[in-house]
Every structure is written in structure tokens, then in C-alpha cells.
Write a protein that binds this ligand. Structure first.
Ligand code: ZN
Length: 232
């Protein structure tokens, strides 16, 4: 695939070719963020592997090229950013209402997400992981987060909510389970998420130095760590 590089350094002034509002001088000259924002965006694109550095060049990766292919025209055009920048300037000068602007963006985001949930058939081959069930990088959903209703996925050391700010997590090395010499397996995590409890045959008691059966109940009070209780 042919690689194209985009030079973002010389776009202090972005002049849309087909700007319908070109009669309006305020709209004519719009900016594309500050150099500082640009640096942040570039670093983010590198860390997410959409572009890579090649000496002084920034080149799109295959993942980046595929993304550009499927992203709706509106959001891949610098025109949108330029228009937003213009709106921000208007807000700064008291010529535009901030809440109105935010509502417009919210509305647009919702619409974009709704209309672009998965790549159209034409582009599905570009994203094999997303379109071939549980193969590839797609993770199995272990259950639904009791705090926020998002998916809970399995990681090396934890079953945790996909929503970063939610912080719900079942640590595999949870003290409670380690003390009882029970491995917090995927099956156990699934039951805890589905039913809020799980029956376990061999829980170890260090006091009595023997094992017993009981139901472990998930008690989540929203803190950093969840706690558990026993039912007999
Ligand atoms: Zn959650």
C-alpha cells in the first residue's frame, strides 16, 4: 500500500477551499489548534500505532491507513477542527453560546457513533479482529460490570470493567481467594458477575486446617477493592 505523509507543521492558517461562509471574513481564516495541541496529537497517534516516526518523517501505519479509509469524511477533514476552532474564538468573544456549541458536538458524536458502529462491508477485510468473533485480539466478555453495566474483560492479573473511570475489578490474586487457596478463575468470575455469588466446594480454612464448602458472595460497596462474604 502506498504511504502518504501529512505535514501538520505548516497549517497555522487553514483556508477551506469550498467554504460556504467565505463571504464572512471571520470564517475565512481559521486555525488548527496550537503547536502544543499538535505535538500531543502526534504523540498520541504514535503511541496508539496509527503513525510511526521515520527519522524526520511521520508515516501512517497500515492500521492508520485502514482507519483513514473507514473514518467518516467529516471527522477526517481538518475543516471540522478548523470550524471548531472558529466556534471557540466566537465563544471567547461572546458571539456564540458555549452550551449550544457543546450540544452540537454531543449530538454529532452520538450520530457518528450510531451510524458507524462497525465498518461497512467494503472495508470489513481491513479489520479482521473486529469481525471474526472471538478470534484475534478481541477479548471475551466475562460479564457485566455491577457498577456501571459495561463489559468486564479478562486481563493478566484481573477481571476488570472496560470503563477506565469505573475501577471495578476482581483481582486474581485477591487476598480473600488466596487465603482460601482458591484460584479466582474465569468460571468463578463469570458466576460472581452473573449471580453475585458462586458456590465453591473446597475453600481452605487455615484455622481448622481443612477445606469446606460455601457460597462466596460478592459485596461491592464501590470502593477501590470489592469485598466478599460467605453463605452456608
Ligand atoms: Zn464498570
Amino acid at each position: 500500500m502506498e504511504k502518504a505523509s501529512v505535514d501538520l507543521s505548516e497549517t497555522d492558517e487553514f483556508l477551506p477551499e469550498n467554504n460556504e461562509d467565505s463571504s464572512n471574513p471571520k470564517r475565512l481564516k481559521t486555525q488548527l489548534g496550537t503547536p502544543a495541541t499538535r505535538a500531543g496529537i502526534i504523540e498520541k497517534l504514535i503511541s496508539t500505532k496509527f503513525i510511526e516516526r521515520n527519522k524526520k518523517q511521520l508515516l501512517p501505519t497500515e492500521k492508520g491507513i485502514n482507519l483513514i479509509a473507514v473514518v467518516p469524511t467529516d471527522i477526517k477533514s481538518p475543516r471540522l477542527t478548523a470550524e471548531w476552532e472558529a466556534c471557540l474564538t466566537e465563544i471567547e468573544h461572546g458571539e456564540k453560546n458555549f452550551d449550544e456549541f457543546l450540544d452540537e458536538i454531543k449530538h454529532m458524536t452520538k450520530e457518528l457513533v450510531f451510524n458507524n458502529k462497525s465498518p461497512v462491508d467494503e472495508f470489513k477485510s481491513l479489520f479482521p479482529q473486529q469481525t471474526s468473533g472471538n478470534k484475534g485480539n478481541k477479548k471475551e466478555v466475562i460479564g457485566i460490570c455491577p457498577r456501571c453495566g459495561s463489559d468486564v474483560l479478562e486481563w493478566d492479573k484481573v477481571f476488570s470493567c472496560v470503563k477506565k473511570e469505573c475501577e471495578f475489578a476482581l483481582f486474581k490474586q485477591s487476598r480473600y481467594f488466596v487465603d482460601k487457596r482458591v484460584k479466582l478463575t474465569k468460571t468463578i468470575a463469570k458466576s460472581l458477575l452473573k449471580d453475585g455469588k458462586v458456590f465453591i466446594k473446597e475453600l481452605y480454612s487455615s484455622q481448622k486446617n481443612k477445606t469446606y464448602s460455601a457460597t462466596v458472595v460478592l459485596k461491592d460497596d464501590g470502593g477501590k477493592y470489592v469485598s466478599f462474604g460467605l453463605e452456608f
